[in-house]
Ligand binder design. Structure first.
Ligand SMILES: [Zn+2]
Length: 124
């Protein structure tokens, strides 16, 4: 079985924790805490482990897929579940990066943070 490609399989990626092991506390140098989900580099609030509920859920799903694979043993179904969890997480990472890029573009055309939040999240 080959491990799916993607950011979760990168052997040189820092702060990667095997399933079942608590991730290390990650701190961005001089810029505050960052999300604990593998592959996410967004900031998180103090007291929170993830930047969003989506990141928390994706991390939980990946851990669950790993636990199931370990309990059931390697087979096509466990491999597919783990691959799907990784792909979902990678898709969310891509989405958040695009959203962050668009937020920068919005600022460059004069939108404020409040206007961005109203447009993007219906806040305000
Ligand atoms: Zn995150």
């Amino acid at each position: 079985m080959t491990q799916p490609l993607g950011e979760h399989s990168s052997p040189d990626a820092p702060d990667r924790s095997p399933a079942g092991v608590s991730p290390r506390r990650r701190k961005r140098r001089g810029r505050g805490l960052i999300c604990l989900r593998d592959g996410c580099r967004r900031g998180r609030a103090g007291g929170q482990r993830y930047c969003t509920l989506v990141c928390r859920r994706l991390s939980d799903e990946l851990s669950a897929a790993q636990r199931l694979a370990e309990a059931i043993g390697p087979n096509e179904a466990t491999a597919k579940l783990r691959t799907a969890a990784i792909e979902a997480a990678d898709a969310w990472t891509a989405y958040t990066q695009l959203s962050d890029d668009l937020r920068s573009t919005a600022h460059s055309v004069g939108l404020s943070d409040e206007q961005w939040a109203a447009l993007a999240y219906g806040i305000g």
